[in-house]
Design a protein around this ligand. Structure first.
Ligand code: AHR
Length: 334
């Protein structure tokens, strides 16, 4: 008390200003829709990120991109590997809510079943960014934006290439399909896009379609079954490079020449896939870029600052033939 009474006028003014700023700051955090938890306002951003797993070369490149971009952007990253399990992702998101991170970002392993946990994040005023894969929630206010590829388009590009290649085919062209993880957006959408495109030619028929879980081991195992059950396979459409690479082993072991006896189309364009394409073992790849880190960190900063961001940001992608893969390989980053 005595100290208070002996304060000089400038000190009193400074104290009043400090308390006004403090109250204002707390109020601003409390009202903020985007401030994230509202515990600190030191300008530093903490992001909680839940990754699908480490199932493919694509995923490894995506994880590296996110970690490197966070460091470069000065964002503190809390990273969790869900090992391909939705329950692990939900647990990680709940932890991030408890820790009051500023932003939560995640790549949903499957499309459905996210409404409850996303609502919890929204109630805690922690903005959520979806990256790589989206969710099927009807309430679009549960997340700020979705940054990632158009998976339907990727499937379509794969199918359209095949339609062009087989336009002179006079008889049935038997296709087998290695699907990604069941319920995952890229598996659902690539299947859909491919089916829509090949509908242009009734000779093109998918005779078997099964999940290989986006892994090399899965691709190899399911391709072995396809080869045993189907004496005539003309085309393999694999939802990612890794499953295609696993299938190469099964095809070779069955005494067939990949890329010649069986036309192989995949998606991703990671280095190993591009090498297989350059070597003529694959025939076509539709690209899916994993380098989402820098854009994600940029979005996190904007969202934290309360800036409007587009609801959907689509990744720019291309396609590769053997000649194009040979040209692109030396400069391929992942
Ligand atoms: O969600 C992107 C997909 O997930 C990639 O195509 C695949 O390789 C990965 O596992």
């Amino acid at each position: 008390m005595r100290k208070m009474r002996t304060q000089s006028a400038p000190w009193r003014a400074a104290a009043v200003l400090a308390s006004v700023l403090l109250v204002g700051g707390v109020a601003a955090c409390g009202n903020s829709d985007t401030g994230g938890g509202g515990t600190k306002d030191d300008g530093k951003i903490t992001m909680g990120f839940s990754q699908v797993g480490a199932e493919s070369g694509w995923r490894t490149a995506n994880t590296i991109s996110i970690k490197e971009a966070a460091t470069a952007a000065g964002i503190e990253l809390k990273f969790d590997d869900a090992q391909q399990k939705q329950e692990n992702q939900i647990k990680a998101i709940r932890n991030y809510i408890q820790q009051k991170v500023d932003v939560i970002a995640f790549s949903p392993v499957v499309e459905s079943g996210w409404d409850t946990v996303l609502k919890e994040a929204k109630d805690a005023k922690i903005p959520v960014i979806l990256t790589d894969r989206s969710v099927d929630s009807a309430d679009k206010t549960l997340y700020k934006t979705f940054l990632g590829s158009d998976f339907v388009k990727e499937g379509k590009l794969a199918g359209e290439w095949l339609v062009e290649q087989k336009k002179t085919a006079s008889g049935p062209v038997n296709i087998v399909e290695l699907q990604g993880s069941t319920g995952a957006a890229p598996a659902n959408d690539r299947k859909k896009g491919f089916a829509e495109a090949i509908a242009a030619n009734p000779n093109l028929k998918v005779i078997a379609s099964q999940t290989g879980d986006f892994t090399r081991a899965g691709g190899k195992q399911v391709m072995e079954q396809f080869l045993k059950a189907n004496p005539k396979i003309d085309v393999l459409f694999a939802h990612n490079d890794d499953m295609g690479l696993g299938a190469l082993e099964a095809i070779t072991a069955a005494g067939k020449v990949p890329g010649k006896d069986i036309t192989i189309i995949t998606i991703d364009a990671v280095k190993d896939g591009m090498q297989a394409l350059a070597d003529g073992k694959f025939n076509f790849i539709a690209e899916c870029s994993p380098l989402l880190g820098p854009q994600l960190m940029d979005l996190a900063k904007k969202v934290k600052a309360g800036e409007e961001v587009p609801a959907r940001i689509e990744t720019e992608e291309t396609t590769f033939t053997t000649a194009q893969a040979k040209e692109a390989l030396p400069n391929r980053k992942y």
